[in-house]
Ligand binder design. Structure first.
Ligand code: PXP
Length: 249
């Protein structure tokens, strides 16, 4: 598989840092996880520098920029502080996500439509610095059109609602969410946007999403880091890769 059919796997290493930070100190090392992920076939590494630095730290981002041989997808909120950091490092990709201090994880997509002007000004310098800008949004026409108007090159569709419904046994709802993502992937692709999907994906939920022909990248973290406890990180990633390739074929 090559060229426009390729489905990339971005491995999110945030939760290696979560475990490290539970004790303080240096172990487990997210940079080591990133190198293992690269060797296991990850096409990119994703890391979210949160305002409260609850997992990834500024030093982790610096280290990743130095050691990675695959592209870094730098997830960040649309704040001045994060913009400065992104402009200093110029990562391959920047993914703008909503962020609330009190949330356990990124709970919903970004409200692009309500903040079009501010976000258009916010992402322009990032693009000029050479980063590919992605916007993390719900599978919603209004948000996709707004993301396109502000000049984003990529949208990442939030798969959390689909994955939650599936894991809680609400299969009709899971199917409805899947259908929405399928339609919106096509809609975004027709507008000229590159389409990614992420959040909550597991071995049980990845295949139908990997089969959407318009999707170019999946970003997967929490499940893989959890699975690494049982299988080891490289085998956990290789199994995800296998399922993605199988679904794509
Ligand atoms: N994509 C985005 C934009 C995210 O914010 C996250 C979670 O940080 C992920 C993908 C990965 O989600 P998960 O850790 O649930 O696989």
């Amino acid at each position: 598989m090559s060229g426009s059919d390729t489905l990339r796997l971005g491995v999110n290493i945030d939760h290696v840092a979560t475990v490290r930070n539970a004790r303080g100190g240096a172990y487990p090392d997210p940079l080591r996880a990133a190198r293992i992920a690269e060797e296991a076939g990850a096409d990119g590494i994703t890391a979210h520098l949160r305002e409260d630095r609850r997992h990834i730290s500024d030093a982790d981002i610096e280290g990743l920029m130095e050691v990675l041989t695959v592209p870094l997808n730098f997830e960040m909120a649309a704040t001045d502080e994060m913009q400065k950091i992104a402009l200093r490092h110029r990562p391959h990709a920047v993914c703008i996500v909503p962020e609330k201090r009190e949330e356990r994880t990124t709970e919903g997509g970004l409200e692009v439509a309500r903040e079009e002007n501010r976000l258009a000004h916010f992402i322009a310098p990032l693009r000029e610095a050479g980063s590919r800008v992605s916007i993390f949004i719900a599978a919603d026409k209004r948000q996709i059109e707004a993301a396109n108007r502000i000049g984003a090159q990529v949208i990442e569709l939030h798969s959390g609602a689909y994955c939650d419904a599936y894991s809680e046994g609400r299969y009709d709802e899971a199917d409805a969410e899947l259908q929405k993502m399928r339609e919106m992937s096509g809609f975004a692709h027709d507008l000229g946007l590159e389409v990614h999907v992420g959040h909550g994906l597991t071995y049980d939920t990845v295949s139908p999403v990997a089969a959407f022909p318009e999707v170019r990248e999946l970003n997967i973290g929490h499940f893989l880091i959890g699975e690494a406890i049982f299988l080891g990180l490289a085998p956990a990633i290789k199994e995800m890769r296998r399922l993605m390739d199988e679904a794509r074929a």
